[in-house]
Ligand binder design. Structure first.
Ligand SMILES: N[C@@H](CCC(=O)N[C@@H](CS)C(=O)NCC(=O)O)C(=O)O
Length: 208
């Protein structure tokens, strides 16, 4: 298998974390987003959305990080990341979809304004966009905070794909200045994730 990724991307980091957790053999190829490598014709053949991550497994090409994560889990007989029970899987999928549609998209506004503009475009953050991003962040962070009360993980008693997906955007929390001050459960839970060997070994700095 070969995974096309970019180390700084939360969407690809969570896939790399799954690879590490499951100890699957997979070649990693960096697609340098800062140089527009995702727009090269060879990569567009793999993912016409020009987005990483993308997985190639023989003649099967798969894009969308959450789909890749679920697919990787089917490579092993059993994993707590993606248990066989259909309701548990539905619950995990719920959080993965929620992350993509809501929480991650709120974080992305702040990442774009505070990180990408500053480091890759030498531009100032648009304060109106930041305010909109923060409002959206609070809307969904409150849901996460409430759910985490009395729990160590989003679903059941173990880390699952739900935690890998929902947690992945928090590694940029400081740089993107997420308004996390009112929340205590979210940092507590993210700290649990940070203790997992696969989370540590997939950190962007581990590739530098
Ligand atoms: N929903 C997609 C999002 C992937 C995504 O947003 N990738 C970004 C990096 S974090 C990307 O490749 N952007 C390059 C571009 O849009 O040209 C997934 O979960 O895989």
């Amino acid at each position: 298998m070969k995974l096309y990724h970019f180390p700084m991307s939360p969407n690809s980091r969570r896939v790399v974390a799954v690879l590490h957790h499951l100890q699957l053999e997979c070649e990693l190829e960096t697609v340098d987003l800062s140089k527009g490598a995702q727009l090269q014709p060879e990569f567009l053949q793999l993912n016409p959305n020009h987005m990483i991550p993308a997985l190639v497994d023989g003649d099967f090409v798969l894009w969308e990080s959450n789909a890749i994560m679920q697919y990787l889990c089917t490579k092993v007989a059993h994993t707590e990341l993606w248990p066989a029970d259909s309701r548990v899987r539905a619950d995990i999928s719920r959080w993965q979809f929620w992350q993509t549609a809501h929480f991650g998209s709120a974080c992305s506004v702040l990442i774009f304004e505070k990180v990408i503009k500053k480091f890759f475009m030498s531009a100032e953050a648009d304060l109106q966009e930041v305010a909109k991003g923060e409002e959206r962040f609070h809307r969904f962070a409150q849901v996460l905070e409430q759910h985490l009360k009395g729990r160590n993980w989003l679903v059941g008693e173990h880390a699952t794909l739900a935690d890998f997906s929902a947690g992945s955007f928090l590694d940029l929390a400081k740089l993107a200045e997420y308004p996390l001050a009112p929340y205590s459960e979210i940092p507590r839970w993210y700290n649990n994730l940070e203790q997992l060997p696969a989370w540590l070994s997939s950190a962007p700095s581990a590739f530098q």
